[in-house]
Design a protein around this ligand. Structure first.
Ligand SMILES: C[S@@+](CC[C@H](N)C(=O)[O-])C[C@H]1O[C@@H](n2cnc3c(N)ncnc32)[C@H](O)[C@@H]1O
Length: 242
């Protein structure tokens, strides 16, 4: 996709190469996630959303928006203008707003649960997502929760690929991220799940979207052809005071 309409007016906006450059393949990746529902159950346990107002922060093309069926209200927030129409076209009628982690177009104390799924909250040595956490704290009702869905860089086959990829350094490593969240009073829970694809060619195509070619070549020689990978997540759960 050509980068002609990308909106840069949010200074914290970092376009996601996977989601923005190949939304169709990213859709396939999302469909492969968590076939047995381990992650989904952990999300419900971390912050139940039945009857509540839930924000999917950095919702991309909105793949997950229709999944929050039991919520009272679902709001997607996304800084990349190119992805907004697709998110708004999802079934379920979620409201989708143009905004970012540091610029939430939402009122104070107006939301019960915020999910950030692989979006913005990647603390590492050169990036402090403190301003985004302050902004989420502003919109959360007392006792509301932010649930950050992050990659575990230590457990599972996906983590092996992450550790071999230089760029992954930019999204931080588990010990640093867990420490960052612990210092802010969040609880971190590892969740082991998997990716499962219909066929090995699709699995390989998604890996090639996510990782450098030489990393996939090497990993595929050792593990492929395969339709499944073990995948470790970290859930960082931060609770608003009150
Ligand atoms: C890897 S994609 C994940 C999309 C979606 N959460 C999903 O799982 O399908 C990362 C998303 O974060 C968005 N993003 C980038 N900078 C952001 C920011 N500062 N605040 C919120 N979202 C941001 C990107 O535009 C992209 O939609």
């Amino acid at each position: 996709m050509e980068d002609v309409t990308a909106d840069r007016s949010f200074d914290d906006f970092v376009p996601a190469p996977n989601q923005a450059d190949d939304p169709d393949l990213y859709e396939v990746e999302n469909r492969a996630i968590d076939p047995k529902g381990h992650l989904w159950h952990a999300l419900i346990e971390a912050a139940p959303w039945s009857g509540r107002t839930l924000v999917d922060l950095g919702c991309g093309t909105g793949y997950w928006l229709p999944h929050y069926r039991e919520a009272g209200e679902v709001i997607g927030v996304e800084p990349d203008e190119r992805l907004l129409d697709a998110a708004r076209a999802r079934p379920g009628g979620a409201q989708v707003l143009h905004g970012s982690a540091e610029h939430l177009p939402l009122g104070d104390d107006s939301v019960d649960v915020v999910h950030a799924r692989f979006a913005y909250f990647f603390p590492h040595e050169r990036f402090d997502p403190g301003p985004g956490l302050d902004e989420v704290a502003r919109v959360l009702r007392p006792g509301g929760r932010l649930v950050v869905i992050d990659n575990d860089t230590e457990r599972g086959e996906f983590a092996e690929l992450l550790r071999r990829s230089d760029w992954a350094e930019e999204q931080g490593r588990t010990p640093f991220a867990s420490r960052w969240w612990a210092e802010r009073g969040a609880e971190t829970t590892p969740v082991m799940s998997s990716w499962s694809f219909d066929d090995a060619a699709t699995c390989e195509a998604v890996l090639r979207m996510e990782f450098p070619g030489h990393v996939v070549d090497e990993w595929w020689q050792e593990h492929g052809p395969t339709v499944e990978l073990s995948y470790g997540y970290l859930l960082h759960v931060w609770r608003a005071p009150g």
